[in-house]
Every structure is written in C-alpha cells, then in structure tokens.
Design a protein around this ligand. Structure first.
Ligand code: C2E
Ligand code: CA
Ligand code: CA
Length: 731
C-alpha cells in the first residue's frame, strides 16, 4: 500500500525535490518566460504597425490630433509591448548572470520605470471603455482583464525596478520577482487565450487561441503535476462555463444556441473532444515534468563529476581554481593573511609500490578526509596524484599542518609517511590561483624528502630559481627549435684496457640568457610538466645525426647510450621514433644503447612493459640505469632482460673505507653475471676505484676519471690527441 502511495505521490509531483532539482525546474521556467516576452513583443509591434496604417494614418491625414489618435488606438498595444519587453529582459538578464552589470541595471531601470509611469499617467477609463464589446459578459471580461493587466503591469514595473536596485546595490538575488514573472506568464497567456477565443467563439469561429495558450503554458512551464492539473483543470472548466453562458439554463449536453443571430452548437461530441484534449494535454505535461526531473538528476550527476575528484570526493583542480579565483577577488582586508598551500605526500610512491594501488587509493581517500577535517571551513581540493591544494587563513597554520602531518604519518607503521607543504601568501596583485599554487608547489618541492620539515613558505629569494623553472617550461619548444639543446658525450671505457667502448649522451641547454643549464635544472621540471619527450626527441635526433656525420667523415665511432625517461613511453611512441631515426640516418642498431632508469620500471604500467619488450625485439641493447638507487631493484632484474646494468654512483662514495660497499658491489657484479647481464659502474673518480672495479669483474666504467661530458668536437679532439683510445672491441 505504501508503495502505491509513493508511486502516486511521484506521479502527481508530491515527492520531495532536492534544492538542485527545484532550482533546475525554476530556471527552466524563467527561461521559458523570456520566449513568452519575445512573442508578446513581436505580436504587439505587428499590431502597432497595423493600427497605424489602418486607423491612425487615415484619420491623421483628415486632420486629427496625432497624440489623441495614438492614445485612442494603440495604448493597449503599447501596454502589452511594455509587459513583453519587461518580461523578456528580466528573464534574459536572470539567465546570463544573476548579478547585474551597470548596463543591465540601467536598462532594467528604464523599462521598469516606463511600465510604472505609463500605467500611472494613463487614465484607467481610457481602456475600460471597450466600445467594441457587444455583450455585457464580454465587456465584463474585457474590463476585468484589462484592470488585471493594468495592475500587473504596474507590479511588473515596480518589481523590475526593485529587482534592479536590490541586485545592483546588494548583489543579491530576489527570488520572489522570478515567481512574479512566471505567474505573470501563466496569467497573461491564459487571459489572452480566453479573451481572444471568447470573441472568436462569439464570432462563430473555433477556440484555437485558447487551446494554443493552454498548450503554451502547460508545455513551456513546468509546474508540479498536481498544480498543472489545477491550472489546466480550472482553465478548461472555467472557460467551458463561460462559453455556456450564451446558452442560459442549458446543460453540458446543450444542442444549439443563438448568439447575436448566429447559431452555435455545443454538442456532446465537441464536449468529448474538449475533455479529450484536456486529458491529453495534462498527460503530456506530466510526462514533461518527469522528463525534466530525470534531466535535472542527470545534469546534477554531470555537474558533480565536473567539480569533484572521483577518488577523494574533494573538489578537482579545475573547480578548485575557479572557486579560489572568486575567493581571491572577494578578499577584503589584508590579502597576506590568506595562503595557498600545496601539499605533497612523502613516500607515496613507495607506499603504492609496497602496498599496491588499491591500498594507495584508500590512503589518498583518508588523506582527503584528514585535509577536510584539519582545514574545515577553508577551500580545499586535490590537484592530481598525491597532491592537494588548500586556500586558507594564516592563523594557526603551522599547528594545523603539524596535525595533518601526524595524521598522515600514523597511517602506516612501517613506511615513513608524512606531508611536505609549500605555502604562498597572497598579495594584492594576485589574481590567478594557478600561478600562486605553482609557487607554493615550487616551495614544497624544495623540502621534498626532508621529513623533519613540514612547511616552507615561498619567498622572494626563491623567485629567481622559480623564474628559471618557468622559463624552462615556457621555452622548451623554442630551445629545441633554436638548437639550444645540445648533446654532450661522456666516455665509457672497458675496465681492463680503459679504452673507449661507448659514450653516454647527456643533454645540456645552452641558453642565450642563462648560459649553460645542467640537467638538474631542466630535466626534473620538464618531467613534472610532462614535456620531457620534447627534449629527448631532440637529443635522440642530434645524437643520431652526429653519428651519421662521424661515419660519413670516416671518424671512429662508438655506440651511444641514450637516456629514456619513463614519461617518454607515455608521451610519445619513444621506441618507434628512435627506430625511425636509426633508419633515417642509416645506422646499425648496435650503435644505440637504451638506458632506462630503475625507478621507471617500478610502475607496473602495461604500455611501459610493452615498450621495453619492443626495444629488445627490435634488437637494441637495453641498459638498466641507476641500479641500486631505488626500492625494487631486484624485482626489476627478475622481470626484464637487460644487457647491461649500470651500478649507481652512490655505491662508490667513500668506497676505500667501506668494506660493506665493496662486498656489495662484488656481489652485484657476480649476481648480474649469473643472470647473463654485464655491468658498468658510474661515477668512477679515482684510480683506486677503477682498479677495484676491474678486479671484481665489472666490465665497463664511466666517470670523471676517464672524462667529463663534453661537446662532440671536444670529444673528437681528445681522440685525436690520443687522450682517448677507441677500442676495437664492441661487446
Ligand atoms: P645519469 O643518466 O645517471 O647520468 C650520469 C650523470 O652523472 C651525469 O650528470 C654525469 O655528468 C654525472 N657523472 C658522470 N661521471 C661522474 C663522476 O665521476 N662523478 C660525478 N660526481 N658525476 C658524474 P648530468 O649530465 O648532470 O645528468 C644528470 C641526469 O640527467 C642523468 O643522470 C640523467 O638521468 C638525466 N639526463 C641527462 N641527459 C638526459 C637526456 O637527454 N634525457 C633524459 N631523459 N635524461 C637526461
Ligand atoms: Ca644515464
Ligand atoms: Ca645513472
């Protein structure tokens, strides 16, 4: 039974609607009112032109007073025109922007005042004397309607003026006026329909206008179904009663009536049509209401997904920025008491690696909750990955961040977790929150992996480095085009003969403004902004071009190792492009070694695995860079077949006094050999290190002892001078 009630309540629109749904329907109604305004305006302009030609002009030519004629013949059309114009403008402005600009304010004032002035100046009798009304009922209806319209016009005029003033001076929206517009729409349409159709009926014509107007009201406006039922029901029934007034004393089944000498029939067949029409229209209105409701729900869901971060339910970055921009604009008082925070999670990657992606997601959700809790009342959102953003006041900021840090670090007993946060204090010139966040992010970046520091503020001393970063981001395309990206070559030697067996290509940015930039100044930022592929593409091409030139010049060549960033596989078809270049420059495949860093391979990413396998399939030598610098070195060795592993240079620091390091290197080399991989040690700076590495069987060495990275010409210079001897042996 309960279900039946619920169903019926739903059908007739008694169910509770959310604020969003009510607003959605209301907005649609106000929008419809502007169409109505438009139609009224067009009709009245047409009427005015017609009246001028048919009545005013001939009489004026005969010597009539233009003002008097105009008032006599067109006053009511002007009246309707003003109503329509007022309604249309009101509804149009409502939708464009609920706040009023100066221009809209003035327009509304003019229209509103005109409406009021018109009704105040014009005498009521001038249109209550409806001379063309033949029957007393007709005259009564017309008079009643005109008085209603007169009052309504005055109310509309006053409403528009009030609306304009209140909105403009207080920036507030006056909902009651929107209801006046919608009600006005309904009343004017129905009154017009009844008025015209009554006179049509009296003239022996069909009641088309009434039907059109009820369709217009019923289908354009969306009232709750039970209200629609009331409006349509009373209109149809009321109008029917009015029609029957001709037929004094006749029942609904009355046959024929004589009106002013014309015979009218309201036979039962017409009554049936009339009722059928009423029922069909009501049903259609019900359907429209329910359709609109479904639409509202869908639109709400869409809107939600456009604003929310799917995982944490916080605002997404786009929406956060939008809100932050508004908030920044509306700050009153000292802007530096507000700060934009960029919050990054320490060791999130390690957590993800060790606990899996699902646990990582749960962790992020919990961080989102903690942020909502610690910064309740402020604006917060998730930027991407493990990065969150907050706009908040400076009061008690350090305490709040410490609390957040404690909550985050308590999440796991084994993995060291925490947050590092950069803050940017607003100043009066700040407009774009994204720029501010970027600065906060830059500051946060400076304390990454410094667990004891939770918070750092962006300050002027950081600006220079920050500007450089921005410069890199904004100029990478230019740098590539202008040839500022230059490959430097560092020799790799056989450990037994110390003859050159290859070289690593390392990028340098030769900048006209900043001079020579080193990879630590541009590689991380290009990776962060997902632009690194642009640089790598340029370096790969330059390296291949250099090889071709050396071959053509008959110079001795050695294989080059190219550094692949993890993102290269995501942002471009790295393997395909490399293979294309090798073909383009007609190089042997064994002249190219592909270096992939160990940390790249801990992301279990299908596209990456596929790319790595393709490198091998195509016949390139695959090298594992920075072995031993990350967490999952051994797993990586298990999962992929490398030709050479490059032992990270930090194993060599203080090697002479560190027996453990020596044993470790020894073991790594033996292990690599047992799984058919060769070894190279990077960062060799002393003879002692080189000797030791040769003794434990490391195949290749690279480091300042044999040469720093230098330009191609310098590299050949050293060969020419005999400082570097190119080995015949390739493998
Ligand atoms: P990496 O691939 O590990 O390159 C080795 C880095 O160690 C180079 O630094 C090199 O100059 C330095 N190095 C070599 N021998 C010694 C030594 O004996 N002692 C010391 N202290 N350092 C030595 P660089 O050129 O500054 O490059 C830094 C990192 O930038 C590279 O590390 C690599 O990860 C990245 N990188 C450089 N060029 C490119 C590139 O074209 N593309 C990509 N994706 N990354 C690049
Ligand atoms: Ca490398
Ligand atoms: Ca390395």
């Amino acid at each position: 039974m309960k279900k039946v009630w619920k169903f019926l309540a739903g059908v007739f629109g008694f169910e509770r609607l959310t604020k969003y749904e009510t607003d959605y329907l209301h907005d649609a109604n106000v929008r419809s009112c502007s169409y109505m305004g438009f139609i009224v305006v067009s009709l009245e302009i047409w009427m005015l032109i017609r009246q001028s030609y048919s009545k005013i002009l001939p009489k004026y030519q005969k010597g009539g007073d233009l003002f008097e004629l105009t008032v006599k013949y067109t006053s009511k059309y002007w009246l309707f025109l003003l109503i329509g114009l007022g309604l249309m403008l009101f509804c149009l402005f409502y939708h464009r922007d609920k706040r009023l600009t100066k221009g809209k304010f003035v327009t509304l004032l003019v229209v509103g005042s005109a409406c009021m002035l018109y009704t105040a100046v014009l005498k009521l009798e001038s249109f209550t004397k409806t001379s063309d009304a033949v029957t007393p009922v007709m005259a009564g209806i017309m008079n009643a309607m005109l008085v209603t319209i007169y009052v309504f016009l005055f109310v509309i005029g006053a409403a528009i003026v009030t609306y304009a003033c209140l909105n403009y001076f207080r920036g507030k929206r006056v909902v009651i006026l929107e209801h006046v517009a919608v009600t006005g729409f309904t009343l004017v349409c129905l009154a017009f329909g009844v008025f015209v159709s009554y006179s049509d009926f009296w003239g022996g014509k069909e009641i088309i206008c009434f039907l059109t107007m009820v369709i217009y009201v019923g289908c354009l406006l969306i009232y709750r179904p039970y209200i629609t039922l009331l409006i349509l029901g009373s209109s149809f029934f009321g109008f029917y009663r009015i029609l029957l007034t001709y037929n004094t004393g006749a029942s609904f089944k009355a046959q024929e009536v004589e009106i002013s000498g014309v015979m009218h029939k309201i036979i039962s067949g017409d009554a049936v049509n009339y009722v059928t029409f009423f029922i069909s229209l009501t049903t259609i209105c019900f359907a429209i209401y329910h359709g609109r409701l479904v639409e509202a729900r869908k639109s709400k869901a869409l809107e939600k997904s456009a604003k929310e971060d799917q995982l944490t339910g916080l605002y997404n970055y786009g929406y956060f920025s939008e809100l932050a921009q508004n908030a920044i604009r509306n700050i009153t008082g000292d802007p530096s008491r507000h700060v934009l925070l960029f919050i990054d999670v320490h060791n999130f990657k390690a957590f993800n690696d060790q606990r899996g992606f699902e646990a990582g997601d749960r962790f992020l959700i919990s961080i989102g909750r903690h942020i909502a809790d610690v910064f309740s009342g402020s604006l917060y959102g998730r930027q991407a990955d493990d990065h969150f953003v907050v706009l908040t006041g400076t009061e008690g900021l350090t305490e709040r961040l410490d609390r957040l840090n404690a909550l985050v670090s308590d999440y796991d007993d084994e993995i060291l977790l925490g947050v590092n946060c950069g803050g940017y204090h607003l100043n009066a010139n700040d407009e774009d929150p994204r720029v501010c966040i970027d600065r906060a992010r830059y500051a946060a970046h400076l304390i990454k992996n410094r667990f004891q520091t939770v918070y750092i503020e962006y300050d002027q001393t950081m600006s220079e480095a920050y500007r450089k970063r921005l410069y890199v981001i904004n100029n990478i395309d230019n740098a590539v085009e202008q040839g500022w990206i230059v490959p430097f070559y560092q020799p790799v030697v056989w450990s037994d003969t110390e003859q050159v067996c290859g070289c690593e290509v390392l990028a340098r940015w030769m900048d006209p403004t900043y001079g020579q930039l080193f990879p630590n100044e541009f590689i991380p930022v290009l990776e962060e902004y997902r632009l690194i592929h642009k640089l790598d593409r340029a370096i790969f091409e330059a390296a291949c071009r250099d090889l071709r030139a050396a071959l053509d010049a008959g110079k001795p060549v050695v294989p080059v190792s190219l550094n692949f960033s993890r993102l290269d596989f995501e942002l471009m078809d790295a393997v395909g492009e490399l293979d294309g270049l090798v073909k383009k420059y007609g190089l042997e495949k064994d002249l190219i070694h592909v270096e992939v860093t160990e940390s790249a391979l801990t992301d279990n990413y299908a596209k990456l695995n596929e790319a790595i396998n393709r490198i091998k399939e195509l016949g390139y030598s695959l090298w594992l860079d920075d072995f031993g610098s990350g967490y999952s070195s051994l797993n990586v060795l298990k999962d992929y077949q490398f030709d050479v592993i490059k032992i990270d240079m930090r194993f060599l620091s203080n090697l002479e006094n560190n027996e453990k390091a020596k044993t470790l290197i020894d073991c790594i080399i033996k292990m690599a050999n047992r799984i058919n991989m060769l070894t190279l040690t990077e960062g060799v700076e002393t003879k002692v290190q080189a000797e030791f590495l040769n003794n434990v069987g490391c195949n290749r060495l690279q480091g300042y002892l044999f040469g720093k990275p230098i330009p191609k010409e310098a590299f050949y210079d050293r060969i020419d001078k005999g400082e570097l001897v190119v080995s015949e042996k390739r493998l």
